[in-house]
Design a protein around this ligand. Structure first.
Ligand SMILES: N[C@](CCCC[B-](O)(O)O)(CCN1CCCCC1)C(=O)O
Ligand SMILES: [Mn+2]
Ligand SMILES: [Mn+2]
Ligand SMILES: [Mn+2]
Length: 301
């Protein structure tokens, strides 16, 4: 089985410098070799070079920042991920900010229209053009994939291919008011850190899978934002929120998803190596690599 590494050095979905350096740090930490060690055939044709749209040519549309750049890059990513998936490979997208998931999940759903999405994150990333307060599109990808909220011409290429009952969240603890309304209105299942505390991660993952993939027959796209982990575990990320998943809880999710045998696509997002001291940056990169390994079959025994 081939894993195709899609390095996406992109930061346009948010304002902080450095998250575009995530992919190169993850690769230089040895992720391709680590996956080969696990028995994967690894395809990595170098990081994608996204030509920058100069800021003066990409003014906000409403509140949305860098809309043309985000749209163009995500469209390119959708194509690349879709191509790898159609070749029967497992696309592993390395971010880069989480707006990229508009592209990765569009690509996955082109090949696997009935795929379900497990979104591991401190945030719901489901703001619409109306509800967003920051205008940072990394807080919005899920709304575009569901086709909810006011239409934004720039993103008309994003088809509403994701259904509300086909996505489940684990790790939420910083959800905006508008997002809470949307989750309720569309009946979207979310296991926040409260449920993780209450039931334990084992039961939460089982309930999450039972919700989106009851017979474990549907393909799974796992989209992992490292800020789902507690900031003591993954400090070097753009929007850290205290009270997150432990190192083991994060890895358990990946191990359990791998065990289903249903994984068809994986995103490791929001590693920003330039946000902390080099020790913390290295720690965060190392966690990104180990999460990917766990989701791709690395076990403890
Ligand atoms: N919901 C936020 C954060 C999005 C994080 C994106 B991710 O998960 O990919 O990292 C936060 C909005 N706002 C920030 C200031 C305080 C009130 C909430 C937003 O900007 O929309
Ligand atoms: Mn996110
Ligand atoms: Mn997040
Ligand atoms: Mn983030």
């Amino acid at each position: 089985k081939t894993v195709a590494i899609v390095g996406c050095p992109f930061r346009g979905g948010q304002a902080k410098l450095g998250v575009d350096k995530g992919p190169i740090h993850l690769v230089e930490a040895g992720l391709p070799e680590q996956l080969a060690e696990l028995g994967w055939k690894v395809q990595f044709d170098g990081h994608h070079q996204f030509e920058e749209i100069p800021t003066e040519d990409d003014p906000p549309i409403g509140k949305l920042k860098n809309p043309r750049s985000v749209s163009r890059v995500c469209q390119a990513v959708a194509k690349v991920v879709g191509e790898h998936a159609k070749k029967g490979q497992l696309p592993l997208t390395l971010g880069g900010d989480h707006s990229l998931a508009m592209g990765t999940i569009s690509g996955t759903l082109e090949k696997y229209p009935d795929a379900c999405v497990i979104w591991v994150d401190a945030h719901a990333d489901i703001n619409t053009a109306e509800t967003t307060d920051s205008g940072n599109i990394h807080g919005m990808p899920v709304s575009f994939l569901l086709g909810i909220g006011p239409k934004v011409d720039e993103f008309s290429w994003v088809k509403p291919v994701l259904k509300p009952h086909r996505i489940v969240y684990i790790g939420l603890r910083d959800v905006d008011q508008g997002e809470r309304r949307i989750l309720r209105e569309y009946g979207i299942k979310a296991f926040s850190m409260h449920e993780v505390d209450k039931y334990g991660i084992g039961r939460v993952v089982e309930m999450a899978l039972d919700h989106v993939n009851p017979g474990r027959k549907l393909p799974i796209h796992l989209s992992f934002d490292v800020d789902a982990l507690d900031p003591t575990v993954a400090p070097s990320t753009g929007t850290p929120v205290r009270g997150g998943l432990t190192f083991r809880e994060g890895h358990y999710i990946c191990e359990a998803v791998y065990e289903t045998g249903c994984l068809v696509a994986l995103d490791i997002m929001e590693v920003n190596p330039s946000l902390a001291d080099s020790e913390s940056a290295k720690q965060t990169v190392a966690v990104g690599c180990s999460l990917a390994r766990s989701a791709l079959g690395e076990t403890l025994l």
